[in-house]
Design a protein around this ligand. Sequence first.
Ligand code: MTE
Length: 319
Amino acid sequence: MLIRKAADIRPSEITSERNYLNRRDFMRAGAIAGGTLLTSGAMSAVVPDTRLAKLANVSKSAHSTNEAPNSFEDISTYNNFYEFGLNKDDPFENAQDFRTRPWTIEVDGHAEKTGTFDFDDFVKPFDLEERIYRMRCVEAWSMVIPWVGISLADVVKHFKPSSKAQYVAFETLNDREQMPGVRGRALDWPYREGLTIAEATNPLPILAVGIYGNVIPNQNGAPIRLVVPWKYGFKGIKSIVKISFTSRRPKTSWNMAIPGEYGFYANVNPEVNHPRWSQARERRIGAGLFASKQETLMFNGYGEQVAHLYKDLNLRRNY
Ligand code: MTE
């Protein structure tokens, strides 16, 4: 990323006490909302303008890790979402009024079913699952996040891509009014990401709509964002408004911005260092300032499920 020198410092250590206390108030409000707003039917839980409502009918997944998840505070205040600013606590500060309703997702390209879908209609056909995944940022920090989401493989199959569809491309909302970062030139907006069709139909990737059983906070990519646990976090594009089935490899934001540092695949790989730092180890957010870094695992520890996708690929060149 552009890389903030203080990337490892938790927001509670770098923000004023006033802001930190505001954050605490917000967390308390979220906890109350989450505890009381029970609704029925999977996505009917996602009520317009109801922040952090509880999601109903969420099943557990065998894909979840047993590792202890990070606190909700860590997950929702230490973020990368450049549309809302470059500092780790900017997305929390600047995304609170972000409007995630009405929200539509356009699906186009080489698929039988295409069109523009209202968010709730888009999600309704699919089962909600809790997936507790490790997330490894390319900046060498990591978290464990209890997402709630729908299987990307199920979504892809639902739209019936043709044999011409070799890739799935994603785009984030590009709104200068609501997103202060988009008025700057940190990236060529909209934020773009992509996967091969084989990656997108692997059982692990999800489109996340929740965290800790509740609706996903704005700063984490509301109302819907991609999670691909064996890849660096920047592949996890937030606040998706467009999904395209393409025959050509789509352009992706960080690869376009700094091609010598960020590739299309971006698989977590402790043996291939970033040109400016080692990828061998990572700092687990929340572990404490004096905790030693832990070893980074190949494919972020998900090799059993995904290594076969890359058996013919030189992982040093196609980083
Ligand atoms: N998506 C958009 N649209 N804009 C961004 O700046 N940052 C990426 C990814 N998705 C980003 C984005 C990066 S670098 C990371 S590490 C993850 O989001 C962070 O997700 P989190 O804030 O939920 O932990």
